[in-house]
Design a binder for this molecule. Structure first.
Ligand SMILES: Nc1ncnc2c1ncn2[C@@H]1O[C@H](COP(=O)(O)OP(=O)(O)O)[C@@H](O)[C@H]1O
Ligand SMILES: [Mg+2]
Length: 396
């Protein structure tokens, strides 16, 4: 058994976004120090880190500085070069390491590996150029989602192609595909779930409660915990996440995103070898969070099964939401916790913060979610609104 890395040791983090910031906040509470590496001097984590290295992610001098100062290293951002992580591994413990990074930052490799290891994935085909698109569509059938193999997140690099007409239009408009792509069968989803799992250096695996996620424009919008799905589906999701942790030999935190089809089949969508947006609820609603889980796992401290204290929901606050949000009204919601990441640049689709709402019953949580959605301009059309809309159409 490895000797634990104890406070006030220094935790090095590659990437200084909100995930890094939240890891640091938990690490600090536990007495650890931190050094963060990010190209942006004003990244969210720089507000809290003991030290910040401001340099591009391909800068070996920055990597050397990180290795010299940190006692253990993790990353909170997947689009960094696995080579530099491999280089760091020669002198320092880096978790979850370069191998999982290599596969998860490349959709085709990730899917191939998942499939090879026996995990159920969405039917897919690799596409190598514009001329490869039609033959692949013939194999899978429309509708499909075309995704770039690299650099995609929050729905970036994705196009839904529903009809032959849309495929033709897409091919006419685009000069060439943006690098290697995959097409996936577009699934008529019953649910989207995720499970944040953590595995220690001793191989102990545990999972956070199953999250039920909804996306808008392919970006996570809300998470409800516990997921409102059958016990069997919950069990299946947890079992898949546990198996992924073992099969990929992960030390640290990893999130498994899953699709549940109308037929009740649970498929692995993708893996994120870091804390995940859908796991933010754990900060306020669990006895320990996914961020503390990172610290415990990479420092070799004991892990135990996280407990959900109350039913809860998380709603993301994007730039477009902040511009209409009345924070004063928001804080009227009982059991609400506001998290803003302190980002200076406001873009409509940029993740600026989130709120968590706890309730005694899931029905209370659902009410709070509806209230918050209303405040951020994301309210679902209620049936009376739909009726009114229909009436307007008929009278015009
Ligand atoms: N094959 C699919 N069928 C239906 N919805 C999909 C499919 N692929 C992606 N989506 C939707 O888009 C979201 C983002 O896609 P994902 O593959 O997870 O990429 P990202 O890396 O952007 O998170 C998913 O959570 C889901 O809501
Ligand atoms: Mg995703």
């Amino acid at each position: 058994m490895n000797n634990p890395i104890l406070p006030p040791a220094v935790i090095g983090i590659i990437g200084g976004g909100q995930l890094g910031m939240m890891i640091i906040r938990e690490a600090q509470r536990m007495g650890y120090r931190s050094i963060v590496w990010d190209p942006d001097a004003e990244c969210p984590a720089s507000r809290l880190a003991d030290e910040t290295i401001t340099a591009p992610f391909n800068d070996y001098a920055a990597a050397k500085r990180l290795a010299e100062q940190a006692d253990v290293i993790t990353y909170e951002f997947e689009h960094i070069s696995p080579e530099i992580v491999e280089w760091l591994e020669q002198s320092k413990q880096v978790y979850p390491g370069s191998a999982i990074l290599r596969s998860t930052q490349h959709r085709r490799l990730e899917k191939e590996e998942l499939k090879r290891k026996g995990f159920p994935v969405v039917e897919y085909q690799p596409v190598l150029g514009k001329e490869g698109l039609w033959p692949c569509i013939e194999l899978i059938g429309l509708p499909v989602v075309l995704k770039t193999s690299t650099a995609g997140y929050d729905g970036k690099g994705q196009t839904i192609l529903r009809t032959k007409e849309e495929v033709r239009e897409f091919l006419d408009q685009s000069k060439e595909l943006a690098g290697e792509c995959v097409i996936e069968k577009f699934i008529d989803l019953e649910y989207e779930l995720s499970v944040v799992a953590v595995r220690g250096k001793d191989g102990f695996v545990t999972t956070f409660p199953v999250c039920e996620n909804t996306h808008r424009d392919n970006i996570l919008h809300t998470t409800i915990v516990p997921a409102r799905v059958s016990e069997n589906i919950q069990k299946e999701a947890v079992s898949l996440a546990r198996s992924v942790m073992k099969a990929f030999n992960i030390v640290g935190v990893l999130c498994v995103e899953m699709f549940v089809t109308k037929e009740g089949k649970v498929l692995v969508n993708e893996l994120a070898p870091r804390p995940h947006n859908s796991g933010h609820f754990s900060l306020d609603a669990c006895d320990y969070s996914q961020f503390e889980a990172v610290v415990r796992a990479i420092c070799g401290l004991p892990l135990h099964q996280p407990r959900l204290l109350k039913p809860c929901a998380m709603v993301n606050l994007l730039g477009k939401h902040l511009s209409v949000l009345d924070v004063n009204k928001l804080m009227m919601v009982t059991g609400i916790k506001l998290h803003l990441y302190g980002k200076k640049r406001l873009e409509p689709k940029r993740k600026m913060g989130h709120v968590t709402m706890l309730g005694d019953r899931i029905a209370d949580v659902e009410k709070s979610v509806a209230f918050v959605k209303d405040l951020i301009g994301e309210a679902e059309q209620s049936s009376w609104q739909k009726i009114r809309y229909a009436a307007t159409l008929t009278s015009s």
